[in-house]
Design a protein around this ligand. Sequence first.
Ligand code: 7PJ
Length: 269
Amino acid sequence: MSEQQVMIMGVLNTTPDSFSDGGRFFDAESAIAQAQLMVEQGADIIDIGGESTRPGSPAVNAEDELGRVLPVIEALSGKINVPISIDTSKPIVMQRAVEAGASIINDVYALQADGALEMAGSLGVSVCLMHMQGTPRTMQENPTYENVVEDVKAFFKERITACASVGIKPEAITLDPGFGFGKNLGHNIALLKNLSEFHEFGVSILAGLSRKSMIGALLGDKSVNERMIGSVTAALVAVENGANIIRAHDVAETKDALTVWQQIKNFRE
Ligand code: 7PJ
């Protein structure tokens, strides 16, 4: 069996209200420094977002979102030697971000916004399609599934077909079950424990668990800045269950964990 490749996607929020880093990276200069640090620490992708999707957060208009992300992408493009992904659901932001140097679209709405699918197809870049039930404003009120793993699978199947219709090939697709996006603790754990089931689509799988409330809940309601070790532990469970990309805020710590995991796996006695 071929070795499981695991990459780290380092999170760079440029939103003033991002739940996990409280807007610390809002100005372009510190965003750039943080991105460079994450690359030194072992990030394989830098994910740049300008629209907060934390539960209850309001929508951001395209102009504000562009004002946050474009200066950072422009400054980083060519300066870091890893791909930049743009965390957005708006076609215009996708377009401008790719023109500025992004090569991956990471969309928590899985290209369902008006014109997003067509835009992603015409830009010819890779896409990460995340599952979400509802919208960030209300998604955590009462998430309900028949069978969360099967329901997410059906959604992925439909989105892969939609991608094919605009020329996005499976090689360019990553799937993400969207931990915490319209899911209660039981839903999140069911998805994590059954992550390997999503390999039936033959595309890579991303897990974003970093600092999320499910980690806080499992630790007896620890606050966001006390969730690092719990997040790294959950990331390891995800890779053990087949994840290929880990989306993380704490890149250095996640990298150490993955390095130890990989070396133990490869060790020949
Ligand atoms: C995710 C994301 C995630 C993907 C956010 C946060 C909230 N994109 N964007 N997967 N989460 N693909 O950083 O926790 O889980 S924003």
